[in-house]
Design a protein around this ligand. Structure first.
Ligand code: HEC
Length: 128
């Protein structure tokens, strides 16, 4: 019985230590470093990859004239690139229903689509 108690404490200690060290690692990995390139094997460009996403998911509001209260247009490369400076990456990943783009009731972009936009930024916001 005593042995089992000792063993349990050992396991418990091991589990606690493991949890501590893994959460420490999580905190350090991205501290101030630039985000890792989501797809290092591909060069993502506006013409080839991003335009279709914007046209499908954003243009019904972010166009000229602006619709539904949107604050800037994304009708072309330059306007869409400006959207990056307006927090586009944060907005498409937001878990807040008041911040996420496109706004509800539209479905949130899939992680795959979010990663295309993140990769576009990581690759230098190229037009083509
Ligand atoms: C149904 C209309 C609608 C759609 C679709 C939509 N937006 Fe918006 N967007 C808005 C409105 C309204 C605002 C201004 C209010 C706010 O900041 O939440 C906004 C604001 C933004 C902002 C912040 C601009 C600023 O000046 O701070 C960004 C970035 C943005 N949208 C990106 C996107 C992207 C990227 C998409 C497509 C994936 C998208 N939006 C789709 C309506 C829309």
């Amino acid at each position: 019985m005593k042995k089992i108690a000792k063993f349990s404490i050992l396991i418990l200690t091991a589990v606690i230590c493991f949890n501590c060290s893994s959460s420490d690692d999580g905190g350090d990995t991205n501290g101030g470093d630039p985000e890792p390139n989501p797809n290092p094997n591909k060069i993502t460009t506006y013409d080839a990859d991003v335009k279709a996403i914007i046209d499908g998911q954003c243009i019904r509001c972010h166009t000229t004239p602006l619709q539904n209260g949107a604050t800037f247009p994304m009708d072309n490369f330059n306007e869409t690139r400006n959207g990056i400076n307006r927090g586009m990456i944060e907005r498409i990943q937001s878990t807040s229903s008041r911040r996420v783009m496109p706004p509800p009731p539209a479905a949130m972009l899939t992680q795959e689509v979010i990663d295309i936009i993140r990769d576009w930024e990581a690759d230098g916001l190229l037009e083509n």
